[in-house]
Write a protein that binds this ligand. Structure first.
Ligand code: HEM
Length: 501
């Protein structure tokens, strides 16, 4: 009944709900996109809903994205919202368990360690891992047989989760981690990963086995990384790889102090966990769409033949420099991340009362809302990435939309916002926070893994499309929102070996 009591006009409208503490948790959890769209119809681009006792104010559209992602850190803090989930998994003193200025320095350390030379080396490593996976995983039995006409089938979620962790550990994480992965590390990773769920986030510290296993797995993983770092420090005469750990060991904070061993260990765990579900879900969606669209699959294969074909009908190795010229591939990756950005909700905590610009709230020009201090503030770039007023046939996976009459450009979609032009630049996303396309976020918390993820996803796609023809087994899957990232519901892809690889 208290919802019927007139509220302060300056606060955004509250979404109607029947059960006080639960609020709109069921509708939001079932399908956040449908929930946001329904609310937008009733309340406009800015509204508040109750999520397990917390007030969450949502700001939608390009200006809504800008409001949250471009907000000042002193007003809108990410760590207050995310830390309960990430600190037990990543560990102490990194990412959201440290002052924001320190996170910014840590992001810079990672950035400088991901050099072009490393990326060049990664491409070959990733292709080798994928080849090894096809040669050994039991789901790819047909690939290992002589009969190239036979169709086999593999489970999408399992296969891409495994390919992602194998390729990320071989490259970003370094040789020691990759070697350990196939031995005793798999279970530890599994236990840590099972502590990275909405339940662990919303209700921290429950006396359940998954919480205990998460904490034990974190302790084991942290001490393993720290033992690698100690060994390298104590034995500088040994030949160690020039990997991300090596680069972090050389970095210093602005005050001159080096990173402590546990900080390096925890940054490495953060990179592993932040990249795992995001990249594997993006790969799963990409391959599903390709399996569903033989025309684009063949266009990708033709592009491989055109760029890498050899006189004997084979294909030479993929290289980093050439990957960037593959326009069909680029369009496929962009379009998949438009339709299926793995992170559907980006959140911050309001540290003070913050006005919402009238252009964003917009039931009428003279109403300005104020988001009260203590609210969680949420943007959902996927809503603008699927907005039919911005994108033609917005729900359709259509990589060709990323081409224009000049051949290739990222501005082929309709202009938006009264003729304002968007410059997507050469990278995957636009530079600013006002954009209808932000799969990697924007502003100070923008993803640091963007370039690595783009390279990893692109190389895995090339490596698979060269070797396999694909089709979806059964119906195309719907989105599953029950975990932290949007992923497809379980489904299999059918595959057959290509004649010339
Ligand atoms: C942050 C998306 C892969 C590491 C973010 C954010 C998004 C995102 C949207 C911003 C979150 C926010 O503002 O609250 C993606 C997508 C990926 C991907 C779509 C793959 C397709 C990766 C990879 C890594 C990584 C491979 C590590 C190598 C991080 C980290 C942050 C982050 C550490 C936190 C940055 C901060 O809060 O300042 N990512 N990511 N991501 N990402 Fe990614």
């Amino acid at each position: 009944l208290w919802q019927l009591i007139p509220r302060s006009k300056s606060q955004p409208p509250l979404v109607w709900h029947w059960i006080p503490f639960l609020g709109s948790a069921a509708a939001y959890g079932r399908d956040p996109i449908v929930f946001f769209r329904n609310c937008r119809e009733k309340y406009g681009n800015c509204f508040t809903f109750i999520l397990l006792g917390k007030r969450v104010t949502v700001t939608l559209g390009t200006r809504g994205n800008d409001y949250v992602l471009g907000g000042k850190h002193t007003q809108l803090a990410a760590e207050d919202v995310y830390s309960a989930l990430t600190t037990p998994v990543f560990g102490k003193d990194v990412v959201y368990d440290c002052p924001n200025e320190k996170l910014m320095e840590q992001k810079k350390f990672v950035k400088v360690s991901l050099t072009i030379d490393k990326f060049r080396a990664y491409v070959g490593m990733i292709e080798e891992e994928i080849k090894g996976y096809l040669d050994t995983d039991s789901s790819f039995r047909v690939y290992q047989m002589d009969d190239i006409n036979e169709w086999g089938s593999f489970p999408v979620l399992k296969a891409f989760s495994e390919m992602t962790i194998l390729t990320a550990s071989r490259t970003l994480q370094g040789r020691e981690i990759r070697e350990r992965l196939t031995k005793d590390y798999a279970q530890v990773y599994h236990d840590l990963d099972h502590g990275f769920t909405p339940l662990h986030w919303m209700i921290p510290g429950l006396p359940l086995p998954s919480y205990r296993k998460r904490d034990a797995a974190h302790a084991k993983m942290s001490s393993f990384y720290q033992s690698i770092i100690r060994r390298r420090r104590e034995h500088p005469e040994e030949a160690h790889e020039d990997d991300v750990i090596a680069s972090l060991m050389k970095q210093r904070y602005r005050d001159g102090t080096p990173l402590r061993d546990h900080e390096i260990a925890h940054i490495m765990i953060a990179l592993l966990m932040a990249g795992q579900h995001t990249s594997s879900s993006s790969l799963a969606w990409t391959m599903l769409h390709l399996a569903d669209r033989p025309d684009i699959q063949e266009a990708l294969y033709a592009e491989q033949v055109k760029h890498f074909g050899t006189p004997d009908g084979g294909l030479r190795d993929i290289t980093y420099d050439e990957i960037r010229d593959l326009k069909v591939l680029d369009a496929v990756v962009r379009e998949t991340l438009r339709l299926h950005p793995p992170i559907h909700s980006i959140m911050r905590m309001a540290h003070e009362d913050i006005p919402v610009p009238a252009t964003l709230a917009a039931p009428s020009e003279d109403i300005t809302y104020v988001v009260p201090k203590g609210d969680i503030v949420m943007a959902s770039p996927i809503v603008s990435q699927l907005d039919p007023t911005v994108w033609e046939d917005s729900e359709r996976w259509e990589p060709l939309r990323w081409y224009d009459e000049k051949g290739f450009a990222a501005q082929a979609h309709k202009q938006y916002n009264e003729g304002e032009k968007v410059d997507f630049g050469f990278g995957l996303v636009s530079k600013g926070t006002v954009s209808p396309y932000l799969p990697f976020g924007a502003g100070r918390h923008r993803c640091i893994g963007e370039q690595f993820a783009y390279l990893q996803i692109s190389t895995v796609i090339c490596a698979l499309v060269r070797r396999l023809e694909l089709k979806v087994e059964g119906d195309f899957p719907k989105s599953d929102y029950s975990s932290m990232m949007v992923q497809p519901m379980p489904v299999n892809i059918m595959y057959r070996r290509r004649k010339f690889e």
